[in-house]
Design a protein around this ligand. Sequence first.
Ligand code: UGA
Length: 435
Amino acid sequence: MRIVMIGSGYVGLVSGACFADFGHHVTCVDKDANKIARLKAGGIPIYEPGLDELVARNVAAGNLSFTTELSEAVGAADVVFIAVGTPSRRGDGHADLSYVHGAAREIAAALDGFTVIVTKSTVPVGTGDEVERIIRECNPVAEFAVASNPEFLREGAAIEDFKRPDRVVIGIEDERARAPLEEVYRPLSLNRAPVLFTRRRTSELTKYAANAFLAMKITYINEIAELCERVGADVQEVARGIGLDNRIGSKFLNAGPGYGGSCFPKDTLALMKTSQDYETPLRLIEATIAVNDQRKRAMGRKVLNAIAGPVRGRTVAVLGLTFKPNTDDMRDAPSIAIIQALQDAGAKVRAYDPEGMAASEAVLNNVEYAGSAYEAAEGAAATVIVTEWDAFRALDLKRLAGIMADPLLVDLRNIYPPARAEEAGLRYVSVGRPG
Ligand code: UGA
C-alpha cells in the first residue's frame, strides 16, 4: 500500500516507520522543514527506544521517505493518515483542531483517485464528519472516504505497542474504506491482534474512553495510597491483591506522583468538555482531573514535610524530570509542579534526568543540572525520585546516604523496599507504604 502520514511527530513518525517495516511504502510529511531535513539526514527528533534503527533500516530499504511537499505524496497515495497535533485549546480545554482541519484542506486539493483519509490523531467525536465536510467543500468531485483509527501506543514502548497492539480500532461510514484498511493492518493478523471495525463516532469516542479510564485507574490507586498512609496499609500489596482479579487487572495500578504526559491530561480535559457540551457530564472524569492536579502539588508538600527543619537555601536533588521513563517528553510532567513547590519554599533544586534535561530547560527555571544521580545528591537535604528510570532502580544507597547533607530519600515511585533503604542509612519516605 502507498501510505502518507501527515505530521511527523510522535504518533506519525512511529506509525509511519512501523507501517514501512510491514512492507508498505510510506511517505512522512511535515511542515517543519528543519524536522524533515533532520530526518532525511538520519536524525530522529524525539527520543524513543529503537526508533532510530527502525527508521534507518526502512529508509535504506526504500520503504520510508520524508518530505515537506504534501500534494505530490497525497496524489499518489492509497491511504492518507492525519497524525498532526491536537493540543488543548488555550482558555477552554477543548482539543484544538486547527491543524487537523488545515491538513484536510491541503489533502482535498491534492487528491487523485479514490483515497482513504484516516484520522490517527486523538480527535473529539464528530471530527471525522467535519474532515469529510471540509474535503467535500474544497474538492466537490474528489473520490474519498474518511475513517477514524485512533492510536493506542505508549511513549517509551511505542514500537512494541504499535506492532503488537491489544487491538486496532477502525471507524468507517463508507464501506469502500474497509478493504484498504484491512490491507494496511493485514501484517498484524500474524500477531492475532483483533481489528475492530465500527462506526466513526464510536471509534473516536473509544480512544477518549480508554485514556480516561486509565487515568481514572491511576487516580484511584493514588487515592487509595493516600488512605494507606493514614491507616498503615501498603498500597503495593493492595494493588497486587486487587489486580489479580481479572475483572480489575494488574496494570496501571502503580501509585505515584500523578499522571502526566501529552495524552492523559489533554484527553481527560477534552472528554470532559465534550461531555459538558452534550449536557452529559462525566463526573468521574471531572473528579479524576481535579484529584490528579491536586496530587502533583501535594507531592511537593510531601517532600517539604519530610525534610526536617527549614528548607530555604538548602538543595533538594530531583531524580527524573520527564513524565515517565524512556522518553524526553516533559509535557505535564509531575516534576514541574513538584519543583515549583520546592522553589516556592526557597529550596535550590539540582536535577538529573537521563534524557529529559534539554527539554526541561524550556519549562523549568533556576534548576541546576547534574551529570549523574550522585552528583545531584551531593550535599542535598533530600533526594527525590520523581521518574522511575532504570538508572535509578539500582542506586548504591549507602553511597547516596554518605554524600547527602541529610540522608533522606523520598521515593515517589516506590522503587525500593523500605527496609533496604533504611539498612543503607537512609530515612526513606515512599508513597502509600508504612514506615
Ligand atoms: C498513554 C496511553 O497509555 C496510551 O495507550 C495512549 O496511546 C497514549 O497515552 C496516547 O493517547 O497517545 P503515554 O502517555 O505515553 O500513553 O504513557 P503511559 O505509560 O500511559 O503513562 C501516562 C502517565 O501515567 C505517566 O505519567 C505515568 O507515570 C503514569 N502512570 C502510569 C502511573 O502513575 N501509574 C501507572 O500505573 C501507570
